[in-house]
Design a protein around this ligand. Structure first.
Ligand SMILES: [Fe+2]
Length: 428
């Protein structure tokens, strides 16, 4: 199976693209620049409300002006991607040249695989280090520090030949962040932000077993810092995987509800991006295709056929590459995750379930998908909370200004008043 070529540089990590990062947004120049020599593709792709023109947003007009600014972003991508049923059987071949350089491999498995025979079917060697990642909760900075200590002890001071991740977003993010800490001093919290990682991480191979988060193709590893009450990723080119193996056989054992709620995250990210004001051609193109694939999967008779599991893996991969701005769903979802510790995917669905006035078409479509796949949301999750908890839910949602502005404009607070938002939570 040949590795798929990359069609286009990614655009990701726009300020505010991750609602979890709203507290540390980068300055927004209004322009995003690609390093691309193809004359057919604009080298400066404006990101601003559609009603504005490039010039008015300060985007350089002529080619010469653009070159003079010399601030085009040199966008990085995942190096190699192998896609298809059975692709994991080539893992040993992929690992061979890395092992030839010396060093152990470090394998991160979702704790779901503790009792699975998957590790035994992989080219794990006796000397390798195996880490089971507890994905019950989202990764934390303290958790990453602990996993890093465990890995360093297993490696006895040496660097590994490769890090490999088998799991969903939590496991992949853990692998990505531990990788950074093997070659950079300090603790995980030191690298929450943008471009703080200075040294390249060891070679990383991502093998998602659960599709939807886009972690496999993003340049961030999202971490909860409980002391700072801050959910923020290590955003860096060094955080990215070097190789992906997208094998739908790996997701065959995922429980149906988890498959749906995690998988639909891609649809959510992408429709929010396409519904917003901050747009560009690359993100739109990737997001449109990811949504198309998501529809093919979730509107089919059985979302978990081998063909559909492969389509969802590709949709998730494209969605991770797109990483456009999100909208109202993700901030409301973040409120649920912060206050009720709800998993991201199902929280997204609860959020959309009470946003029928803002996203009528998508609300109708996702509710239809859930009915089609026999997945449901238990009612009354916010029925008996205290006033203080309702206020916390509101605060944890409304803090995400960039996505909310993207969706509703700068006056979003006039729509999303405390009464309005709390009433939505009470309807869940
Ligand atoms: Fe998401």
């Amino acid at each position: 199976m040949p590795a798929y070529g990359m069609p286009f540089p990614p655009i990701r990590d726009f300020p505010g693209s991750d609602p979890d990062c709203a507290r540390l947004s980068k300055p927004d120049s209004g322009c995003f620049r690609l390093n691309r020599t193809d004359p057919c593709i604009p080298r400066c792709i404006p990101i601003f409300p559609r009603s504005q023109g490039a010039k008015s947003a300060g985007c350089p007009g002529s080619y010469g002006e653009r070159a003079a600014m010399s601030s085009y972003r040199n966008a990085k991508n995942v190096g190699y991607v192998m896609i298809g049923q059975g692709a994991i059987s080539q893992l040993e071949e992929v690992l061979a040249p890395l092992r030839a350089r010396g060093g152990q491999a470090v394998w991160f498995f979702d704790h779901f695989f503790t009792t699975s025979d998957l590790p035994k079917r992989l080219p794990v060697q006796d000397k390798d280090v195996i880490v089971f990642v507890d994905s019950t909760e989202e990764p934390t900075t303290d958790g990453i520090d602990a996993y890093t200590k465990q890995v360093k002890e297993g490696l006895e001071g040496a660097l590994p030949c490769a890090l490999l991740a088998f799991g969903g977003g939590a496991t992949m993010d853990t692998c990505k962040c531990v990788g950074n800490l093997l070659t950079n001093p300090g603790r995980a919290e030191d690298y929450q932000g943008w471009e703080l990682v200075k040294n390249p991480a060891p070679y990383k191979i991502g093998c998602p077993t659960l599709s939807g988060t886009g972690s496999e193709s993003s340049r961030t590893g999202v971490l909860c810092n409980e002391v700072k009450n801050l959910k923020l990723g290590m955003n860096s080119d060094f955080t990215m995987f070097d190789q992906l193996v997208l094998d739908p056989d790996l997701s065959v054992t995922v429980p149906r509800e988890q498959y749906f709620f995690t998988g639909i995250d891609t649809y959510m990210h992408c429709f929010e991006s396409l519904s917003g004001s901050y747009r560009n051609v690359v993100v739109d193109s990737l997001a449109e295709k990811a949504i198309d694939l998501s529809r093919q999967v979730f509107l089919s008779a059985d979302m978990m056929t081998a063909e559909n599991r492969e389509k969802l893996m590709i949709a998730s991969y494209l969605g991770g590459l797109a990483a456009g701005f999100v909208g109202v769903v993700h901030p409301i979802s973040a409120g649920l995750s912060m206050v009720l510790h709800m998993h991201h995917g199902i929280a997204n669905c609860y959020a959309l379930s009470v946003l029928e006035d803002i996203y009528p078409e998508q609300h109708s479509e996702v509710m239809g998908m859930m009915a089609k796949q026999g997945v449901s949301l238990k009612k009354g999750i916010c029925a008996n909370l205290t006033d203080a908890q309702y206020q916390q839910l509101y605060d944890a949602s409304i803090v995400h200004e960039k996505p909310l502005t993207n969706a509703l404009g700068p006056d979003f607070r006039k729509v999303l008043t405390p009464e309005n938002v709390i009433a939505r939570f009470k309807r869940m």
